[in-house]
Design a protein around this ligand. Structure first.
Ligand SMILES: Cc1cc2nc3c(=O)[nH]c(=O)nc-3n(C[C@H](O)[C@H](O)[C@H](O)COP(=O)(O)OP(=O)(O)OC[C@H]3O[C@@H](n4cnc5c(N)ncnc54)[C@H](O)[C@@H]3O)c2cc1C
Length: 434
Protein backbone atom coordinates (compact mmCIF):
# COMPACT_ATOMS: atom_id res chain seq x y z
CA UNK A 1 0.00 0.00 0.00
CA UNK A 2 1.43 3.36 -1.02
CA UNK A 3 -0.46 5.67 1.28
CA UNK A 4 0.13 9.42 0.96
CA UNK A 5 0.05 11.60 4.06
CA UNK A 6 -1.69 14.98 3.81
CA UNK A 7 -0.93 17.13 6.85
CA UNK A 8 -2.94 20.27 7.50
CA UNK A 9 -1.76 22.80 10.08
CA UNK A 10 -4.87 24.51 11.47
CA UNK A 11 -8.40 23.26 12.10
CA UNK A 12 -10.14 26.46 11.00
CA UNK A 13 -12.48 26.66 8.03
CA UNK A 14 -9.62 26.67 5.49
CA UNK A 15 -7.97 23.61 7.04
CA UNK A 16 -11.12 21.56 7.50
CA UNK A 17 -12.50 22.37 4.05
CA UNK A 18 -9.17 21.22 2.60
CA UNK A 19 -9.30 17.97 4.61
CA UNK A 20 -12.88 17.25 3.50
CA UNK A 21 -12.05 18.01 -0.15
CA UNK A 22 -9.06 15.65 -0.11
CA UNK A 23 -11.10 12.90 1.53
CA UNK A 24 -13.87 13.32 -1.05
CA UNK A 25 -11.29 12.33 -3.68
CA UNK A 26 -9.03 9.83 -1.92
CA UNK A 27 -10.00 6.77 0.11
CA UNK A 28 -8.37 5.89 3.41
CA UNK A 29 -6.24 3.27 1.59
CA UNK A 30 -4.82 6.02 -0.61
CA UNK A 31 -4.44 8.85 1.87
CA UNK A 32 -3.95 9.51 5.54
CA UNK A 33 -5.16 12.98 6.57
CA UNK A 34 -3.98 14.67 9.77
CA UNK A 35 -5.29 18.05 10.94
CA UNK A 36 -3.36 19.78 13.74
CA UNK A 37 -4.45 22.54 16.13
CA UNK A 38 -3.99 23.17 19.84
CA UNK A 39 -6.87 25.63 20.05
CA UNK A 40 -9.77 23.18 20.21
CA UNK A 41 -10.52 19.50 19.71
CA UNK A 42 -12.98 20.20 16.91
CA UNK A 43 -13.44 22.79 14.17
CA UNK A 44 -15.74 25.61 15.30
CA UNK A 45 -17.18 28.74 13.69
CA UNK A 46 -15.05 31.66 14.80
CA UNK A 47 -17.68 34.07 13.47
CA UNK A 48 -20.15 32.75 16.09
CA UNK A 49 -17.86 33.21 19.13
CA UNK A 50 -20.06 36.08 20.32
CA UNK A 51 -23.12 33.84 20.56
CA UNK A 52 -21.28 31.54 22.97
CA UNK A 53 -20.23 34.56 25.04
CA UNK A 54 -23.84 35.76 25.15
CA UNK A 55 -25.02 32.26 26.14
CA UNK A 56 -27.31 31.95 23.12
CA UNK A 57 -25.28 28.95 21.90
CA UNK A 58 -23.45 26.17 23.68
CA UNK A 59 -19.83 25.73 22.61
CA UNK A 60 -20.63 22.46 20.90
CA UNK A 61 -23.27 24.28 18.83
CA UNK A 62 -20.48 26.39 17.30
CA UNK A 63 -19.16 23.28 15.56
CA UNK A 64 -20.40 23.09 11.94
CA UNK A 65 -19.83 19.31 11.72
CA UNK A 66 -21.05 16.50 13.96
CA UNK A 67 -18.09 15.17 15.92
CA UNK A 68 -18.37 11.66 14.53
CA UNK A 69 -17.78 12.99 10.98
CA UNK A 70 -14.01 13.12 11.51
CA UNK A 71 -13.85 9.44 12.48
CA UNK A 72 -16.25 8.54 9.70
CA UNK A 73 -14.09 10.40 7.17
CA UNK A 74 -10.86 9.01 8.65
CA UNK A 75 -9.49 12.45 9.43
CA UNK A 76 -7.09 12.37 12.39
CA UNK A 77 -7.35 15.44 14.64
CA UNK A 78 -4.20 16.14 16.62
CA UNK A 79 -4.26 18.66 19.48
CA UNK A 80 -0.77 20.16 19.20
CA UNK A 81 1.24 23.08 17.81
CA UNK A 82 3.62 22.80 14.86
CA UNK A 83 6.96 24.43 15.64
CA UNK A 84 9.12 23.65 12.60
CA UNK A 85 9.01 22.63 8.94
CA UNK A 86 11.83 20.86 7.14
CA UNK A 87 10.78 20.83 3.51
CA UNK A 88 13.96 18.98 2.41
CA UNK A 89 12.94 15.97 4.49
CA UNK A 90 9.16 16.53 4.29
CA UNK A 91 8.87 16.59 8.09
CA UNK A 92 7.27 18.81 10.69
CA UNK A 93 8.14 19.13 14.36
CA UNK A 94 5.43 19.45 17.02
CA UNK A 95 5.42 20.89 20.53
CA UNK A 96 4.53 17.64 22.28
CA UNK A 97 4.04 14.82 19.75
CA UNK A 98 6.70 13.03 17.69
CA UNK A 99 7.71 14.55 14.32
CA UNK A 100 5.55 13.66 11.34
CA UNK A 101 6.38 13.09 7.69
CA UNK A 102 4.10 14.46 4.98
CA UNK A 103 3.61 13.95 1.29
CA UNK A 104 1.81 17.32 0.96
CA UNK A 105 1.50 19.97 3.65
CA UNK A 106 -1.05 22.79 4.01
CA UNK A 107 -0.38 25.80 6.26
CA UNK A 108 -3.77 27.21 7.32
CA UNK A 109 -2.81 28.90 10.57
CA UNK A 110 -5.19 31.87 10.30
CA UNK A 111 -4.60 35.27 11.84
CA UNK A 112 -3.95 36.47 15.36
CA UNK A 113 -4.63 39.82 17.02
CA UNK A 114 -2.32 42.63 15.97
CA UNK A 115 0.05 43.51 18.79
CA UNK A 116 0.44 47.21 19.57
CA UNK A 117 2.99 48.08 22.30
CA UNK A 118 0.65 50.38 24.26
CA UNK A 119 2.33 52.02 27.25
CA UNK A 120 1.80 49.86 30.33
CA UNK A 121 0.75 46.72 28.44
CA UNK A 122 3.74 44.70 29.66
CA UNK A 123 2.81 45.39 33.30
CA UNK A 124 -0.81 44.33 32.75
CA UNK A 125 -0.67 40.63 33.57
CA UNK A 126 -4.45 40.37 33.85
CA UNK A 127 -7.47 42.13 32.38
CA UNK A 128 -6.30 42.69 28.81
CA UNK A 129 -8.28 40.56 26.35
CA UNK A 130 -8.59 39.87 22.65
CA UNK A 131 -11.61 38.28 21.02
CA UNK A 132 -10.34 35.91 18.34
CA UNK A 133 -9.71 32.46 19.79
CA UNK A 134 -11.47 29.94 22.03
CA UNK A 135 -8.91 30.82 24.70
CA UNK A 136 -9.91 34.50 24.36
CA UNK A 137 -13.51 33.49 24.99
CA UNK A 138 -12.43 31.57 28.13
CA UNK A 139 -10.47 34.61 29.26
CA UNK A 140 -13.38 37.02 28.70
CA UNK A 141 -15.78 34.71 30.52
CA UNK A 142 -13.43 34.42 33.49
CA UNK A 143 -13.07 38.21 33.83
CA UNK A 144 -16.69 39.22 33.22
CA UNK A 145 -18.09 38.56 36.74
CA UNK A 146 -15.44 40.83 38.29
CA UNK A 147 -15.87 43.61 35.72
CA UNK A 148 -18.27 46.52 36.13
CA UNK A 149 -16.69 48.76 33.48
CA UNK A 150 -14.80 47.62 30.38
CA UNK A 151 -12.99 49.58 27.68
CA UNK A 152 -12.91 48.23 24.13
CA UNK A 153 -10.41 49.71 21.66
CA UNK A 154 -10.82 49.48 17.88
CA UNK A 155 -13.78 50.37 15.71
CA UNK A 156 -14.20 47.32 13.52
CA UNK A 157 -16.46 44.27 13.50
CA UNK A 158 -14.71 42.33 16.28
CA UNK A 159 -14.72 45.42 18.53
CA UNK A 160 -18.46 45.98 18.23
CA UNK A 161 -19.13 42.27 18.82
CA UNK A 162 -17.14 42.36 22.05
CA UNK A 163 -18.97 45.54 23.10
CA UNK A 164 -22.33 43.86 22.49
CA UNK A 165 -21.31 40.78 24.52
CA UNK A 166 -20.16 42.88 27.46
CA UNK A 167 -23.35 44.96 27.40
CA UNK A 168 -25.35 41.72 27.41
CA UNK A 169 -23.64 40.79 30.69
CA UNK A 170 -24.54 44.15 32.24
CA UNK A 171 -21.02 45.58 32.00
CA UNK A 172 -20.76 49.32 31.28
CA UNK A 173 -18.63 49.85 28.20
CA UNK A 174 -16.49 52.66 26.83
CA UNK A 175 -15.70 52.11 23.16
CA UNK A 176 -12.64 53.97 21.83
CA UNK A 177 -12.60 54.54 18.08
CA UNK A 178 -9.70 56.42 16.52
CA UNK A 179 -11.64 57.57 13.45
CA UNK A 180 -14.33 60.27 13.21
CA UNK A 181 -17.05 57.74 12.35
CA UNK A 182 -17.45 54.03 12.97
CA UNK A 183 -15.57 51.61 10.64
CA UNK A 184 -14.56 53.84 7.67
CA UNK A 185 -12.85 50.80 6.10
CA UNK A 186 -16.34 49.57 5.13
CA UNK A 187 -18.88 52.34 5.76
CA UNK A 188 -19.20 55.86 4.33
CA UNK A 189 -18.99 58.72 6.83
CA UNK A 190 -22.79 59.05 6.82
CA UNK A 191 -23.33 55.31 7.36
CA UNK A 192 -20.64 55.17 10.06
CA UNK A 193 -22.17 58.19 11.84
CA UNK A 194 -25.58 56.50 11.89
CA UNK A 195 -24.04 53.33 13.34
CA UNK A 196 -22.23 55.50 15.91
CA UNK A 197 -25.67 56.90 16.92
CA UNK A 198 -26.99 53.34 17.11
CA UNK A 199 -24.11 52.29 19.39
CA UNK A 200 -24.81 55.26 21.68
CA UNK A 201 -28.52 54.43 21.70
CA UNK A 202 -27.51 51.14 23.36
CA UNK A 203 -25.93 53.16 26.20
CA UNK A 204 -22.36 52.51 25.11
CA UNK A 205 -19.98 55.36 25.92
CA UNK A 206 -18.63 55.67 22.36
CA UNK A 207 -15.69 58.05 22.08
CA UNK A 208 -14.80 58.89 18.48
CA UNK A 209 -11.41 60.32 17.52
CA UNK A 210 -9.98 59.14 20.81
CA UNK A 211 -7.18 56.61 21.27
CA UNK A 212 -5.70 54.48 23.99
CA UNK A 213 -2.57 56.12 25.37
CA UNK A 214 -1.66 54.31 28.57
CA UNK A 215 -2.76 51.29 30.60
CA UNK A 216 -2.73 51.45 34.42
CA UNK A 217 -2.69 48.38 36.66
CA UNK A 218 -3.35 47.59 40.32
CA UNK A 219 -0.90 45.85 42.65
CA UNK A 220 -1.91 42.42 41.34
CA UNK A 221 -1.17 43.49 37.76
CA UNK A 222 -4.83 43.68 36.73
CA UNK A 223 -5.93 46.57 34.52
CA UNK A 224 -7.43 49.31 36.72
CA UNK A 225 -7.73 52.28 34.35
CA UNK A 226 -6.65 53.64 30.99
CA UNK A 227 -5.72 57.13 29.82
CA UNK A 228 -6.68 58.33 26.36
CA UNK A 229 -4.73 60.65 24.07
CA UNK A 230 -7.16 63.40 25.19
CA UNK A 231 -5.87 62.88 28.73
CA UNK A 232 -9.08 61.33 29.93
CA UNK A 233 -8.60 58.70 32.66
CA UNK A 234 -11.23 55.94 32.64
CA UNK A 235 -11.47 53.34 35.41
CA UNK A 236 -11.85 49.85 34.03
CA UNK A 237 -11.26 46.24 35.04
CA UNK A 238 -11.11 44.83 31.52
CA UNK A 239 -9.52 46.16 28.35
CA UNK A 240 -10.50 44.60 25.00
CA UNK A 241 -7.96 45.23 22.26
CA UNK A 242 -9.56 44.77 18.84
CA UNK A 243 -7.26 46.69 16.51
CA UNK A 244 -7.09 44.20 13.67
CA UNK A 245 -5.52 40.84 12.94
CA UNK A 246 -2.32 39.80 11.25
CA UNK A 247 -1.17 36.61 9.55
CA UNK A 248 -0.17 33.89 12.03
CA UNK A 249 3.15 33.07 10.40
CA UNK A 250 5.90 34.59 12.57
CA UNK A 251 6.83 31.09 13.83
CA UNK A 252 7.70 30.10 10.24
CA UNK A 253 10.45 32.70 9.99
CA UNK A 254 12.77 30.58 12.15
CA UNK A 255 11.82 27.27 10.49
CA UNK A 256 14.55 24.95 9.15
CA UNK A 257 13.23 25.82 5.68
CA UNK A 258 11.36 29.14 5.99
CA UNK A 259 8.88 29.86 3.19
CA UNK A 260 8.65 33.34 1.67
CA UNK A 261 6.72 35.65 3.98
CA UNK A 262 5.92 39.31 3.45
CA UNK A 263 2.82 40.75 5.15
CA UNK A 264 1.56 37.16 5.15
CA UNK A 265 2.63 33.75 3.83
CA UNK A 266 3.26 34.20 0.10
CA UNK A 267 1.36 31.84 -2.20
CA UNK A 268 0.77 31.85 -5.94
CA UNK A 269 -2.63 31.54 -7.60
CA UNK A 270 -2.49 27.76 -6.99
CA UNK A 271 -1.93 28.33 -3.23
CA UNK A 272 1.60 26.92 -3.58
CA UNK A 273 4.19 28.46 -1.22
CA UNK A 274 7.85 28.92 -2.12
CA UNK A 275 8.55 25.45 -0.62
CA UNK A 276 7.95 22.27 -2.68
CA UNK A 277 4.80 20.33 -1.70
CA UNK A 278 3.85 23.02 0.84
CA UNK A 279 0.64 25.01 0.30
CA UNK A 280 -1.06 27.83 2.21
CA UNK A 281 -4.70 28.94 2.57
CA UNK A 282 -7.05 31.19 4.54
CA UNK A 283 -6.36 34.23 6.69
CA UNK A 284 -2.61 33.51 6.87
CA UNK A 285 -1.85 33.96 3.14
CA UNK A 286 -1.26 36.71 0.62
CA UNK A 287 -2.02 35.58 -2.90
CA UNK A 288 -0.01 36.73 -5.88
CA UNK A 289 -2.52 37.13 -8.69
CA UNK A 290 -0.16 39.16 -10.84
CA UNK A 291 -1.76 42.43 -9.75
CA UNK A 292 -0.04 45.45 -8.22
CA UNK A 293 -0.71 44.25 -4.66
CA UNK A 294 -1.05 40.67 -3.44
CA UNK A 295 -4.51 39.80 -2.20
CA UNK A 296 -5.14 39.35 1.53
CA UNK A 297 -8.68 38.27 2.39
CA UNK A 298 -9.50 37.75 6.05
CA UNK A 299 -13.10 36.64 5.79
CA UNK A 300 -14.85 33.35 6.36
CA UNK A 301 -16.14 32.59 2.84
CA UNK A 302 -12.76 33.34 1.28
CA UNK A 303 -10.94 31.06 3.74
CA UNK A 304 -13.44 28.32 2.93
CA UNK A 305 -12.84 28.68 -0.82
CA UNK A 306 -9.07 28.89 -0.34
CA UNK A 307 -9.13 25.57 1.55
CA UNK A 308 -11.15 23.83 -1.15
CA UNK A 309 -9.01 25.10 -4.04
CA UNK A 310 -5.69 24.56 -2.23
CA UNK A 311 -6.77 20.94 -1.64
CA UNK A 312 -7.45 20.41 -5.35
CA UNK A 313 -3.97 21.72 -6.11
CA UNK A 314 -2.47 19.44 -3.43
CA UNK A 315 -4.16 16.59 -5.29
CA UNK A 316 -2.42 17.64 -8.49
CA UNK A 317 -5.22 19.52 -10.26
CA UNK A 318 -4.10 22.89 -11.57
CA UNK A 319 -6.93 25.10 -10.33
CA UNK A 320 -6.12 28.81 -10.29
CA UNK A 321 -7.86 31.04 -7.76
CA UNK A 322 -10.14 33.68 -9.22
CA UNK A 323 -11.57 35.72 -6.34
CA UNK A 324 -15.31 36.20 -6.73
CA UNK A 325 -16.99 39.58 -6.32
CA UNK A 326 -16.56 40.58 -2.69
CA UNK A 327 -19.52 40.22 -0.36
CA UNK A 328 -20.05 40.02 3.37
CA UNK A 329 -22.82 40.30 5.89
CA UNK A 330 -22.89 41.01 9.58
CA UNK A 331 -24.85 42.78 12.30
CA UNK A 332 -24.34 45.88 14.42
CA UNK A 333 -26.41 45.09 17.51
CA UNK A 334 -29.83 44.48 15.94
CA UNK A 335 -29.07 46.20 12.63
CA UNK A 336 -28.38 43.91 9.68
CA UNK A 337 -25.55 44.74 7.30
CA UNK A 338 -24.93 43.39 3.79
CA UNK A 339 -22.23 44.59 1.44
CA UNK A 340 -21.15 43.57 -2.07
CA UNK A 341 -18.60 44.88 -4.56
CA UNK A 342 -16.77 48.18 -4.12
CA UNK A 343 -18.29 50.67 -1.68
CA UNK A 344 -15.42 52.64 -0.16
CA UNK A 345 -12.35 54.27 -1.70
CA UNK A 346 -13.97 54.13 -5.13
CA UNK A 347 -12.68 56.49 -7.88
CA UNK A 348 -13.70 60.16 -7.46
CA UNK A 349 -15.93 60.08 -10.56
CA UNK A 350 -18.18 57.35 -9.11
CA UNK A 351 -21.45 58.26 -7.38
CA UNK A 352 -23.93 56.67 -4.99
CA UNK A 353 -27.69 56.42 -5.01
CA UNK A 354 -28.34 57.00 -1.30
CA UNK A 355 -31.68 55.73 -0.03
CA UNK A 356 -32.87 56.64 3.45
CA UNK A 357 -36.07 56.07 5.37
CA UNK A 358 -37.88 59.14 6.80
CA UNK A 359 -38.39 57.62 10.26
CA UNK A 360 -35.95 54.66 10.51
CA UNK A 361 -32.42 56.11 10.62
CA UNK A 362 -30.71 52.72 10.53
CA UNK A 363 -32.50 51.59 7.39
CA UNK A 364 -30.40 52.77 4.43
CA UNK A 365 -29.24 51.48 1.07
CA UNK A 366 -26.32 52.83 -0.89
CA UNK A 367 -25.82 51.72 -4.48
CA UNK A 368 -22.49 52.78 -5.97
CA UNK A 369 -22.36 53.31 -9.73
CA UNK A 370 -20.04 54.59 -12.40
CA UNK A 371 -21.51 57.40 -14.59
CA UNK A 372 -18.59 57.06 -17.03
CA UNK A 373 -19.58 53.41 -17.69
CA UNK A 374 -23.29 53.88 -18.52
CA UNK A 375 -24.19 54.02 -14.80
CA UNK A 376 -22.87 50.50 -14.24
CA UNK A 377 -23.46 49.42 -10.63
CA UNK A 378 -20.23 48.46 -8.81
CA UNK A 379 -21.26 48.07 -5.18
CA UNK A 380 -23.97 47.90 -2.51
CA UNK A 381 -23.91 48.85 1.19
CA UNK A 382 -27.19 47.95 2.86
CA UNK A 383 -28.07 48.67 6.48
CA UNK A 384 -31.12 47.66 8.48
CA UNK A 385 -32.34 44.73 6.38
CA UNK A 386 -30.79 41.51 5.04
CA UNK A 387 -30.10 41.08 1.33
CA UNK A 388 -29.36 38.16 -0.93
CA UNK A 389 -25.71 38.66 -1.85
CA UNK A 390 -26.02 36.24 -4.80
CA UNK A 391 -28.38 38.59 -6.62
CA UNK A 392 -26.38 41.70 -5.69
CA UNK A 393 -23.08 40.19 -6.91
CA UNK A 394 -24.78 38.87 -10.04
CA UNK A 395 -25.95 42.39 -10.95
CA UNK A 396 -22.40 43.68 -10.45
CA UNK A 397 -20.91 40.89 -12.56
CA UNK A 398 -23.53 41.43 -15.29
CA UNK A 399 -22.59 45.16 -15.29
CA UNK A 400 -26.21 46.16 -14.81
CA UNK A 401 -26.96 49.91 -14.92
CA UNK A 402 -28.48 51.73 -11.95
CA UNK A 403 -31.92 52.02 -13.62
CA UNK A 404 -32.11 48.21 -14.04
CA UNK A 405 -31.08 47.53 -10.44
CA UNK A 406 -33.30 50.22 -8.95
CA UNK A 407 -36.36 48.77 -10.64
CA UNK A 408 -35.62 45.25 -9.33
CA UNK A 409 -34.19 46.01 -5.92
CA UNK A 410 -37.07 44.30 -4.11
CA UNK A 411 -36.06 40.98 -5.73
CA UNK A 412 -32.79 40.94 -3.78
CA UNK A 413 -34.34 41.19 -0.33
CA UNK A 414 -34.49 38.27 2.04
CA UNK A 415 -38.02 37.71 3.14
CA UNK A 416 -38.58 34.77 5.39
CA UNK A 417 -36.26 35.23 8.32
CA UNK A 418 -35.44 38.89 8.34
CA UNK A 419 -38.52 40.63 7.00
CA UNK A 420 -38.61 43.03 4.10
CA UNK A 421 -37.61 46.65 4.37
CA UNK A 422 -40.25 49.18 3.31
CA UNK A 423 -38.60 50.02 0.01
CA UNK A 424 -41.44 52.21 -1.27
CA UNK A 425 -40.99 54.63 1.63
CA UNK A 426 -37.31 55.23 0.90
CA UNK A 427 -36.17 58.72 -0.09
CA UNK A 428 -33.40 59.04 -2.65
CA UNK A 429 -30.56 61.38 -3.48
CA UNK A 430 -27.41 61.11 -5.56
CA UNK A 431 -24.13 61.56 -3.70
CA UNK A 432 -20.85 62.56 -5.35
CA UNK A 433 -17.69 60.80 -4.17
CA UNK A 434 -15.18 63.56 -4.91
C1 LIG B 1 -14.89 37.42 16.54
C2 LIG B 1 -14.77 37.23 15.05
C3 LIG B 1 -15.85 37.48 14.23
C4 LIG B 1 -15.75 37.31 12.86
N1 LIG B 1 -16.84 37.57 12.08
C5 LIG B 1 -16.77 37.40 10.76
C6 LIG B 1 -17.91 37.65 9.92
O1 LIG B 1 -18.98 38.06 10.40
N2 LIG B 1 -17.79 37.41 8.58
C7 LIG B 1 -16.62 36.96 8.03
O2 LIG B 1 -16.56 36.74 6.83
N3 LIG B 1 -15.53 36.72 8.79
C8 LIG B 1 -15.56 36.93 10.13
N4 LIG B 1 -14.46 36.68 10.90
C9 LIG B 1 -13.22 36.21 10.23
C10 LIG B 1 -13.26 34.69 10.01
O3 LIG B 1 -13.58 34.06 11.21
C11 LIG B 1 -11.91 34.22 9.47
O4 LIG B 1 -11.68 34.83 8.22
C12 LIG B 1 -11.80 32.71 9.32
O5 LIG B 1 -12.11 32.05 10.50
C13 LIG B 1 -10.38 32.33 8.87
O6 LIG B 1 -10.28 30.94 8.80
P1 LIG B 1 -8.84 30.22 8.72
O7 LIG B 1 -9.13 28.77 8.57
O8 LIG B 1 -7.98 30.88 7.72
O9 LIG B 1 -8.13 30.50 10.12
P2 LIG B 1 -8.57 30.26 11.63
O10 LIG B 1 -10.01 30.08 11.79
O11 LIG B 1 -7.93 31.38 12.38
O12 LIG B 1 -7.85 28.89 12.02
C14 LIG B 1 -6.46 28.81 12.18
C15 LIG B 1 -6.12 27.53 12.88
O13 LIG B 1 -4.70 27.34 12.89
C16 LIG B 1 -4.30 26.88 14.17
N5 LIG B 1 -2.86 27.17 14.32
C17 LIG B 1 -2.24 28.37 14.24
N6 LIG B 1 -0.91 28.20 14.38
C18 LIG B 1 -0.68 26.89 14.51
C19 LIG B 1 0.49 26.09 14.67
N7 LIG B 1 1.70 26.61 14.68
N8 LIG B 1 0.32 24.74 14.82
C20 LIG B 1 -0.90 24.18 14.77
N9 LIG B 1 -2.03 24.88 14.59
C21 LIG B 1 -1.92 26.22 14.47
C22 LIG B 1 -5.23 27.62 15.10
O14 LIG B 1 -5.25 27.02 16.36
C23 LIG B 1 -6.54 27.48 14.34
O15 LIG B 1 -7.08 26.22 14.57
C24 LIG B 1 -14.53 36.87 12.28
C25 LIG B 1 -13.42 36.62 13.09
C26 LIG B 1 -13.54 36.79 14.47
C27 LIG B 1 -12.34 36.52 15.33
Amino acid sequence: MNQEHFIIIGNGVAGIEAAMTIRSRLSVEDAKITVISKESDFFFSRTALMYAYMNTMQREDLEPYERHVYTQQHITLLRDTVTDIDAHNHTITLETSAPLTYTKLLIATGAHPRHVPFEGIEQATDGVVNFVSMQDLDHCERLTPSTSHAVVVGGGLIGIELVECLMYHGVKVTFLVRESSYWPQALSHEEGSRIADLIRSHHVNLLLEEELQQIHTDQQGRVSAITTNKNQKIDTQMLGICVGVTSNTSWLKSATTPPDIQRALCVDKFFQTSLPDVFGAGDCVQIDLGMEQPLIETIWYSAKRHGQIAALNMLGDQVAYAPPTFFNSSKFFDVEYTTAGQVVNTPAHTKSLWRTHPSQPYLTQRIVFDPTQKDQVIGFNMLGSRWNHRILTQWIEQRRPLSYVRKRLHQAQFDVEFGRAKLKAMQEEILNHD
